[in-house]
Write a protein that binds this ligand. Structure first.
Ligand code: FAD
Length: 660
């Protein structure tokens, strides 16, 4: 806060994130750019010569056929074996386990099983029938490898009811318990780091690498963040010891989420983030450096990206971290900024002398990004709206990384055999350890990468991302995996569906995009934020408070609004206000005088009410359409002058920007 007796309002509103270099400006400019514009250069880059396309098709066909020939799943088979259930009952128990996982304490869980579930009245007690079984198809897919048409609400509810009638509540409880354990084992490597390190040994012996992720994210309190910090710290020591000096490329590493380490990891708190979060990340990096293991910063929601680039830049220039090639960063190909972020990172690596590890992913927050942009009325989406566009972006960005392996260590994280095969051929036959690696998620990618790791296979390394934590911390991660497995456009879903041919699975995404009527066009069923109400009305426009351009515009507009001499006084036709104006202070900073206000006297109040009563019948006679038009006009005027109003509200009410 300024020490002047008369502060200049908004003088230090949202100072820009660190360096506004041309490369950073390009990132900002691409944030919500129109989809065809973002995709065009990527499509050109992802268009491969015919010879490479043929090789890719052949390799992906081999991988897909090998995958399809494998006996998938078994989770439910365990249940089936234990309880002699049909697999429907197994899937139903999985659904139940998942629903119960959403209840935080075991006393309430038990109460739910006892009081509600044992009555077999699923629909009325689980907040609508579908909420319990919403992921049934996915579970069927995950645990049996099949999507069965008989997986529906009614049959699953009936299966559970039958089960209770036959075996009673203790069996349900044991079944749910087992289902929870299976779910955990499907997606989590161990409940603690020691267990995870132990479980990793068999696959390590077969040539797989590991990056451990302590489950937990989005800390909401300082205590949460402190706990996650301790978890990371002890995990790094344990992983470091287990690494035994194998180094960044051949030994295990750790992945961290910045949102776990700070409860206010948002653009609005950029100052605090750099002051409080950076030292924590730096401290963890120093420990990782002492063991020479890789430390990877996971990618989260799009609005946090620029902030995390600031952090990355500071880490790279930290004198104590010099000479260590274990700093890692994740970049999401579904983001329109992806190629520009890579340009920045490659340049940063060269400027700072680190070889940065870059994990390229497609991105796990797609649904949330789309919904958030619509909800807030933002100008466009930060992500592509067609899966094919993301696939094309991934390939174009992979090429960029493969062309810069002096500066970066590319880590290609995908479960898609077509994407994998493309990268394998793009990188070419000459391979040495440390050039690049593949990555997959524990419980999802092993069958595919069994065909890749090993001298008798494609002979390329793969690192498994291994979540570590208890069931209580699993949920957010689990939901992302369910969305991923469940989406009918996803590779893991399509490969399990016999109706999808191998030709379809091996098709080149750039070919498919070029064959579209308008290549690069946004998905026609995903309405832009302003159009979500269809023909009814336009959505109101929001302000993107994570966009540097918007913040800069707003900063100027707010400062300008503060130069207006604001006055407020009663407006009653025929009466001039009697009272004396008084200064109005900003409740958040009493030195700031927002304007002059004249209060209405009692008599002025009564006069206003009398006048309103006189006019009421005339207003009531105005046709509804005309009245609606007045409201719309008012709304348009408010929207047009939003920065002015925002500035006024922030100062008069002492509100934060988001609140205002
Ligand atoms: P595919 O089925 O080929 O692709 C699915 C992906 O396509 C979706 O996940 C989505 O990104 C994209 N997509 C789907 N529908 C659309 C659409 N309509 N428009 C545009 N795009 C669409 N994700 C993160 O966000 N941050 C991380 O830090 C992260 N770390 C990971 C680490 C590892 C080792 C792995 C394997 C994954 C990680 N992921 C992370 C998750 C990753 O984003 C997903 O696993 C990945 O997107 C799935 O892609 P795929 O190539 O395996 O499958």
């Amino acid at each position: 806060m300024s020490t002047h007796s008369h502060p200049i309002p908004f003088a230090d509103f949202a100072p820009p994130v660190r360096s506004q270099t041309p490369l950073r400006k390009a990132i900002t400019a691409a944030y919500r750019s129109p989809e065809p514009e973002s995709l065009a250069p990527l499509l050109a880059a992802a268009t491969l010569p015919e010879t490479v396309r043929t090789e890719v098709r052949e390799t992906s066909r081999t991988l897909i056929e090998a995958l399809r020939a494998k006996h998938r799943g078994s989770g439910v088979e365990g249940l089936v074996h234990e309880y002699s259930l049909s697999s429907q009952e197994g899937v139903a128990l999985m659904c139940l386990a998942e629903a119960l996982l959403r209840i935080p304490d075991s006393a309430t869980r038990d109460a739910l099983i006892r009081d509600k579930i044992s009555a077999g009245d699923w629909k009325s007690h689980m907040g609508g029938g579908r909420s319990l079984f919403v992921n049934a198809a996915t579970w069927g897919l995950v645990v049996t490898g099949k999507l069965t048409s008989t997986v529906n609400d009614r049959s699953l509810a009936a299966a559970l009811t039958r089960l209770i009638a036959r075996c009673g509540e203790p069996v349900i409880r044991r079944g749910v318990d087992m289902a929870m354990r299976m779910m955990g084992e499907q997606f989590v490597t161990g409940q603690n780091i020691a267990e995870a390190l132990r479980r990793a040994i068999p696959l390590e012996e077969r040539g797989f690498g590991y990056s451990y992720d302590m489950l937990g994210e989005a800390a909401t309190t300082a205590e949460d963040a402190a706990r996650y910090y301790r978890d990371y710290e002890s995990a790094i020591h344990a992983i470091g010891k287990a690494s035994g000096g194998r180094g960044v490329y051949e030994g295990p590493g750790i992945s961290i989420k910045l949102s776990a380490l700070h409860p206010r990891y948002t653009r609005a708190q950029a100052g605090r983030v750099m002051e409080e979060l950076l030292p924590k990340v730096r401290a963890l990096a120093l420990i990782a450096k002492s063991y020479n293991i890789g430390l990877n910063i996971d990618a989260e929601e799009a609005d946090r990206l620029e902030l995390s680039l600031d952090l990355l830049e500071d880490l790279c220039f930290d004198p104590q971290l010099q000479g260590w090639d274990g700093i890692g960063f994740v970049v999401q190909a579904y983001g329109k900024r992806c190629p520009f972020v890579l340009d920045f990172i490659i340049d940063l690596a060269r400027r700072s002398g680190h070889r940065i590890m870059v994990r390229l992913v497609k991105g796990a927050y797609w649904d949330a990004e789309i919904k958030r942009a619509q909800l807030e009325g933002l100008e466009d989406f930060p992500v592509f709206t067609r899966k094919l566009h993301t696939d094309v972006s991934y390939i174009a960005c992979a090429k960029k990384l493969l062309a810069a392996t002096d500066a970066v260590f590319p880590q290609f994280a995908t479960h898609n055999a077509q994407t994998l095969a493309t990268i394998y051929h793009l990188a070419g036959p000459d391979f040495r350890i440390g050039q690049y690696e593949f990555q997959c998620l524990h419980g999802m990618g092993e069958p595919l990468y069994d065909e890749v790791v090993g001298e008798d296979k494609l002979d390329r390394p793969c690192r498994i991302y291994a979540p570590v934590g208890t069931h209580e911390t699993l949920l957010a991660y689990l939901v992302r995996r369910l969305l991923e497995n469940g989406a009918n456009s996803s590779f893991v879903n399509r490969i399990a569906d016999p109706a999808v041919s191998v030709d379809e699975l091996t098709a080149d995404p750039a070919d498919l995009v070029r064959a579209m009527v308008v290549p690069g066009a946004r998905h026609e069923q995903i309405a832009l934020p302003r159009d979500i109400f269809g023909r009814t009305r336009l959505n109101s426009a929001g302000l993107d408070l994570s966009n540097e351009h918007c913040l800069e515009m707003l900063s100027k507009a707010l400062q300008h609004s503060a130069t207006t001499g604001w006055t407020a006084a009663p407006v009653i036709p025929g009466i001039s206000p009697e009272g004396d104006p008084r200064p109005l202070h900003n409740p958040a900073d009493h030195r700031d005088v927002v304007g002059q206000v004249t209060e209405a006297s009692d008599e002025e109040g009564r006069a206003a009410v009398r006048q309103a009563a006189r006019e009421a019948s005339a207003w009531a006679a105005v046709p509804p359409a005309e009245r609606a038009a007045c409201l719309e006009k008012a709304a348009d005027l408010m929207q047009e002058r939003m920065p002015d109003l925002l500035g006024l509200i922030m100062r008069e009410g002492g509100k934060s920007t988001t609140n205002a």
